[in-house]
Design a protein around this ligand. Structure first.
Ligand code: SF4
Length: 388
């Protein structure tokens, strides 16, 4: 869309037709079970972790686990993590007041409300929202511990139309390439402004991580299929690395969020540093996610429904109630696998093969502090994910 000069599509729903459920009774039953699960789970309930601190509640947790990519994926811990965390964002909102708020819904009708409005010092609206990936990408990954600078980098990204994960990773690669010092928040703001101004340097940065790495001769390039990695270090959290490597999207955490059992203890508990059964784990998460994504539900419903079976079944019933399809909780993963197969076929037709399902080479030999781990998952395990 950006290449075609399209910045946004706005839909005016005035006078539009309402969706009428095919089976209202079933829809209401499923919806109630799903809502009850959301309201009961510690992560998603009103006043729970996501509602109080946003997704950035993860900053301190992932940092503690040694999996917060820092200074262009050269460490798994950032000494300034607390300053860019969800707790710090909530404190700024509380102290500055005005329009600053946590517990903001990015979507009409959301009952989890994990978004926020980050305020300027005088309480006026600076940007919505500073979430986990964003505060990490411009924060820890660039060595920046200044929330106001991170908020401004987010505002510029929203204004120009940049994805904050790709933009933050690109600045980090530029820093490693010697263009700026790690931690230089004001320099990063100036650099990102060049993208919107379309200066010669801005046009390189605007091409993203891989182009910037080539331009500045950087070998530590955290991408899969050309897409840069999000805020979980695959050397410290192996299952999410399997998802990054194998999903048809490129390095995408949302395609199969194994962080749930590997870190949050949701849907079971597995050792993040171990390779064991991570292929199966990622495949199951990718399948369930493909189903949820195809419904239009926000992915954060996954936390309660993974822990509360009535919520899982309720989600499926709500889909059956709206569409009239005969879907139950047992159909979620098999239908998700069918979706994955179609996506995979699309990629194959576009020229991708299993050779594209690989982690960047540097992760195989550079040890990541503090666990001093390298990427150890075998290519056979990666290839097994889509072997079904
Ligand atoms: S729709 Fe999802 S991402 Fe948006 S505020 Fe609600 S829980 Fe958060």
């Amino acid at each position: 869309m950006g290449a075609k000069g399209v910045k946004a599509i706005v839909v005016d729903d005035a006078g539009g037709a309402k969706v009428e459920p095919a089976d209202k009774q079933l829809f209401d039953k499923g919806r109630k079970a799903l809502v009850d699960a959301i309201r009961a789970h510690d992560l998603t309930k009103p006043g729970g972790a996501l509602n109080s601190y946003g997704t950035a509640v993860l900053v301190n947790i992932i940092n503690e686990a040694g999996g917060l990519p820092t200074r262009n994926f050269s460490s798994g811990q950032f000494e300034g993590a607390a300053k860019i965390s969800g707790e710090a964002i909530a404190k700024a909102c509380e102290e500055r007041g005005g329009e600053g708020t946590m517990g903001h819904g990015c979507h009409p009708g959301c009952i989890m409300k994990c978004s926020n409005i980050y305020p300027y010092e005088d309480g006026s609206h600076h940007v919505s929202c500073v979430e986990y990936e964003t505060t990490w990408a411009f924060g820890a990954n660039c060595g920046i511990d200044d929330l106001d600078a991170i908020a401004e980098l987010t505002r510029i990204s929203n204004d120009v139309g940049l994805d904050t994960i790709e933009a933050g990773n690109t600045i980090a690669v530029a820093m490693e390439g010697g263009l700026l010092e790690f931690g230089d928040g004001q320099g990063a703001i100036k650099l990102l402004n060049e993208v919107g101004a379309q200066t010669p340097l801005g046009r390189i940065i605007g091409q993203g991580v891989e182009a910037t790495a080539k331009a500045f001769g950087v070998h530590r390039v955290p991408t899969v299929k050309g897409q840069s990695m999000p805020a979980y270090e695959p050397r410290a959290i192996k299952g999410i690395g399997v998802t990054y490597a194998t999903t048809t999207m490129g390095a995408d955490h949302t395609a199969g969020y194994t962080i749930a059992p590997e870190i949050a203890g949701v849907g079971g508990k597995v050792d993040p540093l171990s390779d064991e059964k991570k292929g199966e784990l990622s495949r199951t998460f990718q399948a369930a996610t493909a189903f949820i994504d195809s419904t239009g539900y926000c992915l954060f419903i996954a936390f309660p429904i993974l822990d509360i079976p009535e919520g899982w079944n309720g989600m499926a019933e709500s889909v059956a109630g709206v569409t009239g399809m005969k879907v139950t909780g047992e159909d979620v993963v098999p239908l998700g696998l069918e979706i994955l197969k179609m996506e995979r076929e699309f990629n194959e037709q576009a020229g991708f093969s299993e050779l594209d399902d690989r982690m960047p080479e540097f992760m195989r030999y550079e040890k990541l502090p503090p666990h001093n781990e390298v990427w150890t998952v075998s290519d056979e395990m990666l290839d097994s994910v889509y072997d079904f």
